[in-house]
Ligand binder design. Structure first.
Ligand code: MG
Length: 387
């Protein structure tokens, strides 16, 4: 089955040239290999749980904020637009985008940082590696293999970064970190589509929550120049409608810059295939130097004004304690794990000792949604809670 609706460029990933799956399978009849990957991701349990996991705002803070599910869909939308403009493989881009956050813990980065601390003596916890673990091992749906048995290219895109120690423990997927080579263009692109999506939606959510203001944002050039354009065209515009008009222009500004700059890079280095892309010294999908600076300014603003806002810090702190308490309680008494996790933990411990036990507990805690973690915490620590 053909890959795309438009002609793919020579440097795009193509199903027929895929490095394949860990367990060989016959090709699908009516879909490309990457469509199949995308479909398996959409049907996974981990994907459904993204609905109740958050990045900055905890689920119960309001129904209007982004969740990891809506974030992943926005990444896929931005990624597909760019992929089509560059004649890259849209299906592969979409598969990577939809899977990129599957390994995230509950409560966003606060959750990941605490779980990493809990796992310090047991090999650490890193959400990127965990996303790979979800699709390679943790999903249990298929009779012939563990995980989703995705193609090499989708797995390559999911593993955005990886330290050298961990890279040595991986199969051929770890090689590029050791050899300092590049992933395919679809993987490079999904990574930046992620960045465009979260920078812009965090501005939107931050404004909605009242943690940052339009006046403050006007200090940021990326925002200010679109604010000026919108106010000039619509002098009376205000409120949510004005914010949306600004943000959609900011996204367009970044996407256009990325497409134009990447096109220039590709014209210069003329990679003839995905393998030639991988062998290049630098990534090809990147912003212009100007846009990189503007993005940096926005990121610094968000870090200081939003992610370190005292109200966000309070929630992060609380969330961290929930994760730490759950991890410690299950580590101390694995008999409290539900039967399926308990069995997994027993097997893991019998082959790897305490490290195995910790990994199984981390898998369980990482898989929780925000609200499930809170309920589970109550069940274990609140004496009056029903079990
Ligand atoms: Mg993301």
């Amino acid at each position: 089955m053909a890959d795309n609706y438009t002609q793919l460029a020579s440097y795009a990933a193509q199903s027929k040239d895929s490095r394949g799956r860990l367990v060989a399978e016959p090709s699908p009849q009516f879909r490309s290999e990457y469509q199949r990957d995308r479909d398996r991701i959409v049907h996974s349990a981990a994907f459904r749980r993204l609905e109740y996991k958050t990045q900055v705002f905890v689920n119960h803070e309001g129904d209007m904020f982004r969740t990891r599910l809506t974030h992943s869909i926005e990444v896929a939308q931005i990624g597909r637009s760019i992929a089509r403009a560059l004649q890259l493989n849209e299906d592969l881009t979409e598969a990577i985008a939809l899977a990129h956050d599957l390994g995230h813990t509950p409560f966003g980065h606060a959750g990941q940082d605490i779980l990493n601390e809990c796992m310090r003596d047991y090999g650490g916890f890193e959400h990127n590696l965990q996303s790979l673990r979800v699709v390679d091992e943790l999903e249990e749906k298929y009779a012939d293999f563990q995980g989703l048995n995705l193609t090499f290219e989708t797995r390559e895109g999911i593993l955005k970064h990886c330290n050298l120690d961990k890279a040595r423990q991986l199969d051929e997927l770890g090689l590029r970190f050791l050899q300092k080579s590049q992933p395919g263009l679809e993987a490079q692109l999904a990574n930046l589509a992620d960045e465009i999506a979260y920078n812009n939606h965090d501005v939107d959510d931050g404004l909605r929550a009242g943690l940052i203001s339009v006046d403050q944002l006007c200090e940021i050039k990326l925002f200010r120049r679109q604010h000026e354009v919108v106010k000039e065209s619509y002098p009376d515009i205000s409120g949510r409608r004005m914010v949306h008009e600004i943000i959609r222009r900011m996204i367009n500004d970044q996407v256009s810059d990325l497409i134009n700059n990447t096109r220039q890079n590709l014209v210069k280095s003329k990679p003839g295939s995905i393998n030639e892309v991988r062998a290049l010294a630098e990534p090809m999908v990147c912003f212009s130097a100007d846009m990189r600076d503007l993005n940096m300014q926005l990121k610094q603003f968000l870090r200081k004004q939003l992610y370190q806002h005292y109200r966000v810090q309070r929630m992060s702190n609380k969330a961290g304690r929930v994760i730490r308490n759950l991890f410690d309680a299950f580590m101390a008494e694995t008999k409290m794990l539900p039967p399926e996790q308990s069995e997994r933990c027993r097997l893991s411990e019998s082959s790897q000792g305490e490290v195995g036990r910790a990994r199984a507990v981390a898998d369980y805690v990482a898989g929780m949604t925000d609200r499930y973690a809170i309920v589970e915490h109550d069940r274990i620590f609140d004496p009056s809670a029903l079990t």
